[in-house]
Ligand binder design. Structure first.
Ligand code: SF4
Length: 377
């Protein structure tokens, strides 16, 4: 079954570390919703089977009105066949999850929230320039559960200068205590052209420490595994069976379409990318044209993407699949390239599947890039 990703490009405030595409002005929100609906309809032939997952990300989708969100779901239902058990996730921020908003969300087909908590400490949230405070972070989860939304995932961030190991432990414990079935945690990365990068460059902030991030990643793995979470992807932990369907399909290379400015889609061979520009996006759709550009992926590109995404998951890289989908030469080169990592016990090869060891998880990106194959096309 295919997936649909919808990018809602609006946020209340600009978090200092964020380089996603969004605008803090809602002036053109109605026009944007119309354009999203138009793009959905123009892509009616892109999905031949049923839709198994819908993910509203951004930006902050929970910033849209109930009417705006309803229009988007109407357009999807008029265009595609959505499976009865589809996972339908909406990214939300704690300050949006008021009792009234939850009532509105109940009227929509949404059945999973991804909540941008990031930290339960006020000073951290102020440092990040988040729109919510610590009290809202905690209360919104309980309020959502009371309203009948049990399928929740929380986002946390680690590795930033204010976060001592003791505070990080406290954040993890609080997330566990909230009885959510899924937690995503990301090491803070300093993206160019963000307020954080600027502050570090002008020496108003200290740089982020790789050692701190690595140590806090180890704390995260140990605490969540002890609490019964499975570490099924580098940044994602779930209670058994509670994996994110949409993201898991993405990591397994299953087709999805991307809707909205800056959204990406993938059809198994090519990647489709929309411009990260709200005006250009809506203008192009006004002329009934799709604003996307197509990136044709070479066999090497597809192999490298397969290795990069699969290696990060507990399902790992399937060596037989490499032989079948990419050929004998790719398999031989992979077996040669992985040897050094096996010797270091960073990679485990068992029954034809390659996975990262606990230590290997600290070097996931480095290992993946060393397994990349360049120049066979
Ligand atoms: S709310 Fe999310 S998308 Fe918006 S600025 Fe903050 S991190 Fe970025």
């Amino acid at each position: 079954m295919s997936g649909i990703y919808i990018h809602i490009p609006f946020c209340k405030k600009a978090c200092h570390y964020c380089d996603f595409h969004f605008s803090t002005s809602l002036k053109y929100a109605d026009e944007m919703v119309e354009s999203l609906c138009k793009e959905i309809k123009l892509k009616k032939d892109r999905i031949k089977d049923q839709v198994g997952s819908i993910y509203l990300g951004g930006g902050t989708p929970s910033i849209l009105s109930e009417a705006g969100l309803q229009k988007i779901f109407d357009a999807i239902n008029q265009t595609f066949s959505v499976s009865a058990g589809a996972e339908i996730t909406i990214e939300t921020n704690p300050d949006d999850l008021t009792a009234q908003k939850l009532k509105e969300l109940k009227q929509l087909p949404v059945n999973r929230f991804s909540v941008g908590i990031q930290s339960f400490f006020n000073e951290d949230l102020i440092w990040m320039n988040r729109a919510h405070n610590a009290l809202e972070a905690e209360d919104c989860i309980k309020r959502s559960q009371d309203a009948g939304f049990e399928n929740l995932t929380l986002d946390l961030i680690y590795g930033y200068p204010l976060l001592t190991d003791a505070k990080w432990l406290s954040n993890i414990e609080k997330a566990i205590d909230l009885q959510v079935p899924h937690i995503s945690a990301y090491a803070l990365t300093v993206e160019p052209r963000t307020a954080l990068a600027h502050a570090i460059k002008s020496k108003k902030q200290v740089p982020v420490s790789d050692n701190q991030s690595a140590a806090q990643f180890v704390i995260l793995m140990e605490k969540l595994q002890a609490a019964g979470f499975e570490h099924y992807e580098i940044s994602n932990f779930a209670k058994p069976g509670c994996y994110a369907i949409h993201n898991t399909n993405y990591w397994k290379g299953i087709d999805y379409i991307g809707i909205g400015p800056s959204a990406h889609g993938f059809d198994g061979y090519n990647r489709y990318m929309n411009p990260a520009n709200n005006a250009l996006y809506t203008e192009t759709l006004t002329g009934n044209k799709l604003p996307e550009i197509v990136e044709e992926l070479s066999l090497n590109d597809r192999f490298n993407e397969y290795v990069m995404t699969s290696l990060r998951t507990m399902w790992g890289v399937n060596l037989e699949k490499i032989k079948t989908d990419f050929g004998k030469d790719f398999l031989e080169e992979t077996l040669y390239n992985l040897k050094g990592f096996e010797d270091k016990d960073w990679l485990i090869k068992k029954e034809g599947i390659l996975t990262l060891s606990k230590e290997g998880k600290l070097f996931a990106d480095h290992i993946a890039s060393e397994l990349f194959i360049i120049g066979n096309d």
